[in-house]
Design a protein around this ligand. Sequence first.
Ligand SMILES: [Zn+2]
Length: 242
Amino acid sequence: MNLALQQVSKLQNLDMRILELKREVAQLPKQIAEIEKQLDAHAKKLDAEKAMLAANQRERKQKELDIQTAQQKISKLKDQMLQAKNNEQYRAFQHEIDYAQNEIGSAETRILELMEESEPLDKNVKQAEVALAAERKQVEAQKQQAKTQTAADEKEISDRAGEMRQLLTEMPAGLKQTCERIRKKHNSPHVLAEVVDGRCTACRIALRPQHYQDLKVREDVFFCESCGRILYYNPPTQVAMS
Ligand SMILES: [Zn+2]
């Protein structure tokens, strides 16, 4: 591979690497936003379950108070009953006592229901609290990792850009402009295309036989007559990126 092709290949590799790094830098905050959104949804779900549990406990306390009130009422009614002046009064007190006892019965039934409901709810809340704490830790770790990665990426972008500037100073002005023109045309750093089986691998168009023959034997810079990219016949040696 001649020097021009080597330079173009190196330029393309640097350009592609910088683009890849920039994409990663742009992508990382989106990933973080996504996992934070999930964490937020899980926290909200836990809050809702806690609110349900609290409502359950509040109702249970209220039912217990209702029972106490009814019991006090019954004991008061029983005292009053002793002073009943006739059967009619006695029956009226008895009726009120029965009513209060009924209230106690239904409050007790409801308390049992609430206890049954609260058991899985309580278990869920406890499990979700543990899971959420673990998730929070995980998200923090990922955020830290993204920060480190971004810093490393930005450092590499700056290094590669420096290498690119250096390379551009070494390249002939005409070749530099050609690369820039191809890059602009395709809006891609992919300015170099290998020819395999007589076809440009970038646009898949077959080369004219004479063009193909010339490419194989001459040391010039050849262009694809279809897509305009710089062609090479032998695979270029990989440019070390370390
Ligand atoms: Zn082509």
